[in-house]
Design a binder for this molecule. Structure first.
Ligand code: BG6
Length: 487
């Protein structure tokens, strides 16, 4: 039997949440609207129609802005972490959490993104949050951009499409560095930067009907380039302002296997995986991969760059690679191959793997494969900053028995241990939604990831009381024993 006692001393065991899915308080203390505040709850989703719930138009945005309620906009209410963070942090501390990944809601600090001065009340919230974390010995891992840019920037500039947004982001980031420099060491720039292709509005504020016709893809690459440059610029600023700080990029690790060993399946798979790695390539190696540049050229896509952009990318690369890992996919040249949903992707089904209720294929071995692949390629420390399974939990006589979740984590942790034993420098692990929060993709509350249950349903009914699930106690022991209890 494989022994997984290999986690290094000081390993950052913890959990992760994002402001827009947890905080609520969408219009409190001067916060401006963000792109997340107009995301609607879509019941009865077909798991194979992953893209259906991402549709957005200028009209739908305006309609949402005119609605003063949170009725169909669950991210507006989140789980009220804004007011309950102390209670939640106490629970995390009780679980033994060493690190908590959170994000800073940009529109809490700059409501429209362009104010001359930051919103002091917004800054105070994060002062209190990080101070409380420090008191409880919980290391903050802070994402600067997690699907929550100010909506005004989206409407005014079509989001990251416009180069001027780089300055707004750099200003926001610097305010955060100056303010939290004594409390935060680990920073992530853009959550799942690659997701701009899958949901351009959520990731980059791009509204399709504002793009020149037939140019949507070019617009997305242009916006992505702006994010790459912004990421490099704030990496530089962070390093200069916070001595000993560590800045990471963050990608969605969508590991893909060939459906069969037919060479066409292998070729398509290779291309899928190279495409997935491209985003970290730019941020770690500081340059666009040659094959990607050629691919863009072949498609007639031209990215406008300023003279210094390539130098900026090259000179300010990240210190570590962080990523989310939920599932794996397969790829096939056979158009009729059965498909299944994943994390905002639709891929070919793997007959060897089980799936969650949302169709995401559960593949612990894929996590080890991803760790080996990423470490071999980049040779910098790795951090898993999202992993977990969305499931429907049931409260029975005041308890939540969730053996499925324990199994999921146990198998993933074993594979992490093996990867560490084989030489991977893995420094931390923050499970997704350590406490139940609103789903990013579907805005459902019933898609639960947490070790802590939150009494709230999809329509926002419930006491918001917190309840420790069975997995809470299991994870507590894992952390206490630094992984030894897994065996
Ligand atoms: C990641 C996002 O892609 O997946 C998170 O960074 C998100 O914000 C997580 O919540 C799980 O996805 P979902 O749609 O099930 O919430």
């Amino acid at each position: 039997m494989t022994k997984t006692t290999s986690f290094p001393k000081g390993f950052l065991w913890g959990g992760a949440i994002a402001a827009n899915q947890a905080e609520g308080a969408w219009n409190k203390d001067g916060k401006g609207l963000s792109v997340a505040d107009v995301a609607t709850y879509k019941p009865n989703l077909d798991v194979k129609n992953f893209a259906g719930h991402m549709e957005i138009t200028t009209e739908s945005v305006i309609e949402a802005m005119e609605d003063p309620t949170d009725k169909i906009y669950p991210k507006r209410r989140g789980i009220d972490f804004y007011h309950r963070y102390k209670e939640d942090l106490a629970l995390f501390a009780e679980m033994g959490t060493k690190a908590l990944r959170v994000s800073i809601a940009w529109s809490r600090i700059f409501p429209t993104g362009e104010e001359a001065e930051p919103n002091e009340k917004g800054l105070v919230f994060y002062d209190n949050l990080f101070q409380e974390m420090k008191r409880l010995n919980i290391e903050p891992i802070v994402t600067l951009s997690h699907y929550e840019m100010p909506l005004a920037l989206s409407l005014e500039y079509n989001g990251w499409t416009d180069r001027r947004v780089i300055d707004d982001f750099v200003r926001f980031s610097n305010v955060c560095f100056d303010r939290y420099k004594d409390l935060v060491k680990y920073w992530l720039t853009f959550n799942e930067i690659d997701s701009i292709h899958r949901h351009p509005f959520t990731t980059a504020g791009i509204i399709p009907d504002k793009c020149p016709e037939g140019k949507e893809e070019e617009v997305i690459y242009q916006a992505l380039h702006h994010q790459f440059v912004a990421s490099a610029l704030v990496t530089k600023d962070c390093h200069e302002k916070i001595k000993g700080s560590e800045v990471g990029c963050m990608i969605t690790k969508l590991t893909t296997y060939p459906r069969t060993c037919t060479p066409i399946d292998v070729e398509l798979t290779l291309k899928k995986n190279l495409e997935n790695l491209f985003y970290a390539d730019v941020q770690v190696f500081g340059e666009y991969p040659k094959l990607i540049e050629r691919q863009l050229e072949n498609k007639g896509i031209h990215i406008k760059m300023e003279e210094n952009d390539r130098v900026i990318l090259k000179e300010h690369t990240v210190d570590f690679v962080s990523f989310s890992y939920y599932m794996s996919m397969t790829e096939s040249g056979d158009e009729n191959a059965e498909r299944t949903a994943g994390n905002t992707v639709l891929g070919v089904k793997n007959p060897y793997l089980p799936s969650t209720d949302w169709g995401w294929q559960i593949d612990p071995k894929g996590l080890k494969i991803s760790l080996l692949e990423l470490y071999d390629r980049y040779q910098v420390p790795l951090m898993i900053v999202e992993n977990g399974m969305g499931a429907k939990d049931e409260v029975v006589e005041g308890k939540v028995h969730d053996p499925y979740r324990i199994d999921y984590f146990k198998e993933h942790f074993k594979q992490m241990g093996e990867a560490i034993d084989e030489g991977v420098d893995l420094i931390g692990y923050t499970s997704w939604g350590a406490i139940d929060i609103v789903s990013a993709g579907t805005s459902q509350m019933s898609k639960r990831y947490g070790f802590i249950y939150v009494d709230q349903d999809d329509e926002g009914n419930g006491t918001l009381d917190r309840l420790k699930k069975d997995s809470f106690y299991w994870y507590k022991e894992v952390i206490e024993t630094n992984g030894a209890s897994i065996d």
